[in-house]
Design a binder for this molecule. Structure first.
Ligand SMILES: Nc1ncnc2c1ncn2[C@@H]1O[C@H](COP(=O)(O)OP(=O)(O)OP(=O)(O)O)[C@@H](O)[C@H]1O
Length: 259
């Protein structure tokens, strides 16, 4: 991805400083009101640096999906600030937010979320079709080869395995070269071997394209492939580590009682 790092670097004196591509400051999200109010996020601050794979872990109900939806501009915080590629999104109107998401954000979901009536090719191209753009042919071909879909492009999702459907979803997320991809339990619906292949693909897109990726996961094996792991509990980040192994991740989960 040529020029990628330059897009996100500012030069201070002679030193290039990598800016975060997504930044949340003191984000609070309360669902509902009064006695039934749920404090899903209680003041989360986090910066996502470019070109890295960040995993978000935590028990069910700890706020992982809420945080991801807010960082991706799919939901607004009750208070706090969120910037995507330098733009404060909490004050944007719906149209501007949609445009910003289209330009900067890619998504990968647990249940793939492909359109059943479209072929694999058309599903991959959908973000570009919606934006009225065409991908570079060479990049499209390379991407399809990379995700191993060369001989499946004319198939519809129902004719593909779960792993193949997730490959389509990965290519769809990568095709527009978004600033950041958010993946919500990308291996949650796949068997162990297929999960490994999908994780390798995601890791590869970070290493080879510099694709900034944030992944919510319950899977310590997935988190062990990340450059950084954030642990959420009860709406707060309670711990973070750099790249580490599965054993240490499981130990943190055990020690902090994050099952
Ligand atoms: N739309 C909503 N209305 C009310 N409460 C909600 C809503 N969405 C989430 N919550 C609550 O907010 C808290 C955080 O939910 P969230 O879905 O972010 O957790 P999570 O860590 O992603 O959980 P899981 O791993 O089970 O997906 C939970 O207590 C949940 O019940």
């Amino acid at each position: 991805m040529e020029g990628y790092s330059n897009d996100h670097a500012s030069v201070v004196g002679a030193t290039a400083v990598q800016e975060s591509v997504v930044e949340a400051i003191d984000v609070v999200r309360v669902y509902g009101e009064g006695d039934t109010a749920v404090n899903a996020l209680r003041g989360v601050s986090v910066e996502i640096a470019p070109g890295r794979l960040t995993a978000v872990m935590g028990p069910s109900g700890s706020g992982k999906s809420t945080l991801m939806h807010i960082l991706a501009g799919l939901d607004k915080p009750t208070s706090g600030s969120v910037r995507i590629a330098g733009t404060e999104i909490t004050t944007l109107g719906d149209n501007d937010l949609t445009r910003l998401r289209r330009k900067h954000i890619g998504f990968i979901f647990q249940f793939f979320n492909l359109l059943p009536m479209l072929t694999a090719r058309d599903n991959v191209l959908l973000p570009m079709t919606i934006a009225g753009e065409k991908p570079d042919d060479a990049y499209f071909d390379e991407l399809i080869a990379r995700v191993g879909l060369d001989d499946r492009l004319s198939h519809r999702p129902a004719e593909l395995s779960g792993g193949q459907q997730q490959r389509v979803a990965i290519a769809r997320a990568l095709v527009s070269r978004p600033t950041v991809i958010f993946a919500d339990e990308p291996t949650g619906n796949l068997d162990s071997r297929t999960s490994g292949e999908i994780l390798d693909l995601m890791r590869g897109s970070v290493d080879e394209y510099g694709q900034t990726t944030v992944m919510v996961t319950h899977d310590a094996r997935a988190a062990a492939m990340a450059d950084r792991v954030l642990f959420l509990a009860d709406g707060e980040i309670v711990k973070e580590t750099g790249r580490t192994n599965q054993r240490e991740i499981l130990q943190i989960i055990d020690t902090l009682d994050l099952q």
